[in-house]
Write a new protein. Structure first.
Length: 346
């Protein structure tokens, strides 16, 4: 079915296409009969797909990456598409508009996207209120919700800890795990927080706050694919030192190497993070390196270039415990999740 709509969606801007898609999804999920149809079309439940990881029971190992539903507006609809977990955010304490449009671009020849969204979101209070209402309604049943947290663009790095702590405290009752995003290339100087000293301090403060809770929740770190081996070794040391639950590998890349899209077209698009098929190999390599350095106990969620069952299995074989998709949905449609899950059933 998606094959019929894809040419039409690709005729309009990616951001507008996204808005139309989630509007239609929300409309279908709002009524029990059409919601049932969605679930029958896209879900693939099986006891063998369940994963007990991070002290949580995931219905299956395929999740939706952060960025697709930054504000938690579409969880009811997305829950009908077969995901085992949904990550909302990146959320910042204060609402912010993000970067000027256009800020999301397709590279069809490379099955990729470039985005420079800039943490556009409705702000922490709005997300908390939506999650509170969903939890009160018992939605989504069984699906794990992660909260991806960041800092506002105007918050200087030396004060970034305040933003992350504020998001952590407000979201704590409403999400099942946390992701610390210091790796987006679209917030000025954010990636500087991946350096050893500021990152260790930030994660230590979050863990201190976490351990003070009656029931601490898993905290993971999302890292960039552009880190070298020495930096990855440093990240592994920081994860061990701070007792972090795991790592999400990887965010988007600033690299433009080995693309079929003409250089002039890339120059016209400008800055932003690249995701999709070109990231597949590098993300898998990062996962493999991290697994070697972290050992078997630290959780790794693999993301980057997953647009087929084979790509998902590649990440799992490299050492990922769970996987997430985003750009693959743009090119393959929502049926991608079910195809991956069916391939994982023996």
């Amino acid at each position: 079915m998606y094959a019929l709509f894809k040419p039409l969606l690709f005729r309009i801007s990616p951001e507008k296409a996204h808005q139309i898609t989630v509007f239609l999804l929300d409309a279908a999920a709002a009524f029990p009969p059409s919601r049932w149809v969605l679930q029958k079309m896209f879900c693939a439940a099986s006891p063998v797909l369940k994963k007990n990881i991070l002290g949580l029971e995931f219905p299956n190992p395929v999740g939706l990456a952060a960025g697709f539903d930054k504000d938690g507006r579409h969880i009811e609809g997305l829950a009908c598409l077969g995901f085992g977990f949904i990550e909302v955010g990146t959320v910042t304490p204060l609402a912010q508009a993000g970067n000027p449009k256009p800020r999301l671009f397709r590279l069809p020849g490379d099955r990729a996207l470039i985005n420079r969204m800039g943490f556009n979101n409705d702000g922490l209070e709005a997300l908390v209120e939506r999650l509170r209402k969903l939890r009160a309604k018992g939605i989504p049943q069984g699906i794990i919700i992660g909260g991806n947290i960041g800092k506002n663009k105007n918050t200087p790095n030396e004060e970034a800890e305040r933003d992350y702590l504020r998001c952590f405290e407000a979201l704590f009752p409403w999400v099942d795990y946390f992701v610390v995003n210091v790796s987006s290339p679209n917030t000025p100087n954010l990636r500087a927080l991946q350096e050893k000293e500021p990152l260790t301090r930030l994660l230590s403060l979050l863990q201190e706050k976490n351990k003070a809770q009656e029931k601490p929740k898993p905290i993971l770190l999302k890292i960039a694919p552009d880190l070298g081996d020495e930096q990855l070794a440093e990240i592994a040391d920081i994860v061990r030192t701070t007792g972090l639950a795991g790592v999400i590998a990887t965010n988007t890349t600033i690299s433009r190497s080995n693309l079929s899209t003409p250089d002039q077209a890339l120059e016209n698009i400008g800055a932003g993070g690249l995701s999709g098929a070109p990231l597949r190999e590098r993300a898998t390599a990062v996962i493999r390196t991290l697994r070697e350095k972290l050992g078997p106990d630290t959780v790794i969620i693999g993301v980057g270039g997953i647009d087929s069952a084979a790509a998902a299995q590649e990440k799992l074989l490299a050492g990922a415990d769970l996987v997430q998709v985003y750009s693959g949905l743009v090119y393959e449609g929502p049926g991608l999740v079910r195809r991956i899950l069916r391939a994982l059933i023996p």
